[in-house]
Design a protein. Structure first.
Length: 247
């Protein structure tokens, strides 16, 4: 446990110096928040009403899907995973450290967006702040689970980037964070149901803001959590299976 704590502390310190971490977890989400927040606030009052939630979905999805896989692939390519295992740190603990680190950074940027949305764009606060952050927590869990799975499955960094884009772009375009999902063809709406971002948007609207939604918001929240469980289980299984094969 002491070695795991030391590894986590080291990872958090390294994250501060890593340009990719700052780019994926902070810089791009916050620049997008200010740019698109100004657009949303000026063209559609309905989008302003859920601005903090929409931008949080974008920030979490980008950070988890684009930012989490690359360090895992990099450690595997450099032989760091094998070195850590020899040192007595199991591979699943390495996943846990990456997940906790990503959770910390993405929670921080989510708090920044939540605080700045009313100040910068006069966006209303959610009716149920507690449920708002419950949805944030489930979204973090689910998105990080998918990010871990991509990192474990990808054979190299280029493949990880491709898989990340395959998940990230539909999450942005089909989830309803940019425009109402009802405008999409039925096939794309069904495809979007495989993404935690889609269910998070529904849960934010229905549970935190008290808005009418196309799906049961509580069921959407549970579905997002279920997607996260699947991602975590598959990531751990794949990593342990790879370790057994190498052994």
């Amino acid at each position: 446990m002491r070695a795991l704590g030391a590894h986590l502390w080291l990872q958090l310190r390294l994250d501060v110096r890593e340009k990719g971490t700052l780019l994926n977890f902070y810089l791009v989400p916050l620049v997008f928040f200010f740019a698109m927040g100004a657009v949303f606030a000026s063209i559609d009052p309905a989008l302003r009403a859920v601005l903090a939630a929409s931008m949080t979905v974008f920030a979490v999805t980008m950070g988890a899907i684009m930012g989490v896989p690359t360090p895992i692939v990099r450690m595997r390519e450099a032989g760091t995973l094998r070195t850590l295992r020899v040192s007595g740190i199991p591979r699943r603990a390495v996943l846990a450290v990456q997940a906790v680190s990503a959770f910390f950074h993405l929670l921080c940027v989510s708090l920044v967006i939540f605080a700045l949305a009313p100040l910068a764009f006069q966006a209303p606060l959610p009716q149920a702040p507690g449920l708002y952050f419950a949805v944030v927590a489930v979204l973090l869990f689910a998105s990080i689970g998918l990010g871990l799975l991509i990192g474990v499955v990808a054979r190299d960094q280029a493949f990880a980037t491709m898989l990340s884009m395959i998940v990230f772009l539909p999450s942005v375009l089909l989830s309803g964070m940019m425009f109402p999902a009802s405008l999409l063809p039925r096939v794309l709406r069904w495809l979007a149901l495989a993404l935690p971002a889609t269910h998070a948007v529904q849960a934010f609207d229905g549970l935190a803001y008290g808005l009418r939604t196309a799906q049961n918001p509580a069921l959407s929240l549970a579905t997002a959590g279920g997607i996260g469980v699947i991602g975590w289980v598959l990531a751990i299984w794949k990593l342990e299976r790879a370790a057994d094969i190498q052994a």
